[in-house]
Design a protein around this ligand. Structure first.
Ligand SMILES: [Mn+2]
Length: 462
């Protein structure tokens, strides 16, 4: 892999006119930003475009060098005509080509760097942005390592183990050595920098606890544990708590969870409650950019509302106008989610089947149906996965499906990404993803069949 990066480094050095296509999600946007900073620094003309996978077919290759970032490996790319452009693919998704095979129609130089070619698992050990960083690293730009960490977190590569492993760890170490990242074993509760602790606790949703969606219970819990909620007039966030205070919350959560979950799950309980978190030391305390997970949410808010360029500017260093726009988008995003969740709740739209539960998302934007499924899980039954579906704008007849579930089910060995792929294919669609967060596209008229089949498939395993 190191050799491949040396070749890629030369390819980039030799080119004067470069086009980057990067995936329009947190990982892809961060990876694209890393590449753009790299090319700025070595004085290369370049253009950067963020695209979704379904737009890959429409790409025209007419630059001297085309770089694909966080995409390209999963596509055959045979429709490009006989292009003379050199092609560099930096992707961590399972590759469709064998190692060292060129795409069929390219006449120019071709390099594809994919961790799977080197025995590295692209789902957990390195992200698309991580690969972009490794290229920047070959030019000596270690200061971009924090962005490699952000990409991995945005891609949920720490998903099951609760920490970064493999090549991600190596990238993290660059960040730590250069004083850009601090790795902290912490409570795994979202909103470490920006949410008051009692609010953050109320979003605990892997298992429904008395504190879930109940801020009053959270305040009482903190009182009982003797943990002050405020520091003077300021609400304290998780990042303000002492190690002892966090320890008390940890024990209390473990106690509550152990009462709630069936015995076979008890051994996984500590993993639900703690994990590694990453602080970006160059960012202001109490800002969403300070915490890797919160930063990735803000980037997702930009991409889901079709403004990846705002996240790009922030990632490239703009902490004024672009940051302000990002904050606005994050607020709009949050408001939109809250509205839709209230609607699902008030209308009792979650329908239970024996092994799954589902809701018809109706007019929910397809870009956020997964986010909403994840949030609404805490209003349903955590023992079953929740499936949401909605129509896709400008693609008639196709429905987007998203599934989310408690991490406990994945710890128990169920991989919903694999299951959803199989079931989607049976009804003439396609799908895939992570064990606890995945999705599919299927023909609209097969939605009921899909739900039935899915429910059938899980018989005996939930
Ligand atoms: Mn990715």
């Amino acid at each position: 892999m190191e050799k491949a990066f040396i070749k890629a480094n030369e390819m980039v050095k030799d080119a004067e006119d470069i086009k980057i296509y990067s995936h329009i999600d947190c990982d892809g946007i961060t990876g694209g930003s890393i590449l753009s900073i790299l090319l700025d620094r070595i004085d290369k003309e370049h253009e950067l475009e963020f695209i979704s996978l379904d737009k890959m077919e429409d790409i025209k290759i007419d630059n001297e060098l085309t770089i694909f970032s966080d995409l390209g490996s999963g596509q055959h790319l045979d429709g490009f005509g006989s292009s003379l452009s050199k092609i560099l693919i930096l992707d961590h998704h399972p590759p469709v080509r064998k190692f060292n095979t060129k795409i069929k129609v390219s006449n120019g130089e071709f390099i594809e760097i994919n961790p799977f070619y080197f025995g590295i698992d692209g789902s957990y050990e390195v992200s698309g942005g991580g690969l972009a960083y490794l290229l920047a690293r070959s030019f000596g730009f270690y200061d971009l390592s924090w962005m490699g960490v952000l990409s991995a977190i945005g891609d949920m590569q720490d998903g099951l183990s609760g920490k970064l492993t493999g090549l991600n760890r190596y990238i993290l170490e660059d960040g730590i050595e250069n004083n850009l990242v601090k790795s902290i074993n912490d409570l795994s509760i979202y909103g470490r920098q920006t949410r008051p602790i009692f609010v953050a606790l109320s979003y605990f949703g892997d298992v429904n606890l008395p504190i879930t969606n109940n801020k009053t219970e959270c305040i009482l819990m903190l009182k009982k544990l003797g943990i002050p909620r405020k520091n003077g007039r300021r609400q304290r966030s998780l990042c303000d708590l002492t190690v002892e205070e966090k320890g008390k919350i940890f024990s209390e959560l473990v106690r509550m969870l152990s009462k709630e979950v069936p015995p076979k799950y008890i051994k996984y309980v500590p993993k639900l409650v703690s994990g590694d978190s990453y602080d970006f030391l160059g960012e202001k305390k109490y800002s969403p950019q300070r915490d890797a997970t919160e930063f990735s949410t803000a980037i997702n808010a930009c991409s889901r509302h079709n403004h990846p360029e705002i996240a790009l500017e922030v990632l490239k260093g703009d902490r004024r106008l672009a940051l302000e726009s990002m904050e606005h988008l994050t607020m709009d995003h949050r408001r939109y989610l809250a509205q839709k969740i209230e609607w699902i709740e008030n209308e009792d739209r979650i329908i239970p089947l024996p092994n799954i539960q589902y809701f018809d998302g109706n007019d929910i934007k397809s870009e956020v149906i997964g986010t909403i499924a994840g949030m609404i899980l805490s209003y349903g039954n955590w023992r079953k996965p929740i499936i949401g579906f909605t129509n896709i704008e400008d693609e008639k007849g196709i429905v987007k499906i998203s599934l989310r579930c408690s991490r406990l089910l994945a710890h128990d060995g169920i991989h919903f990404g694999k299951i959803i792929r199989r079931v989607a294919e049976k009804v003439g669609g396609s799908g895939g993803g992570h064990p606890v967060a995945c999705g599919a596209y299927i023909p609209e008229d097969s939605t009921n069949k899909f739900l039935e089949l899915f429910n059938e498939t899980l018989k005996g395993s939930i």
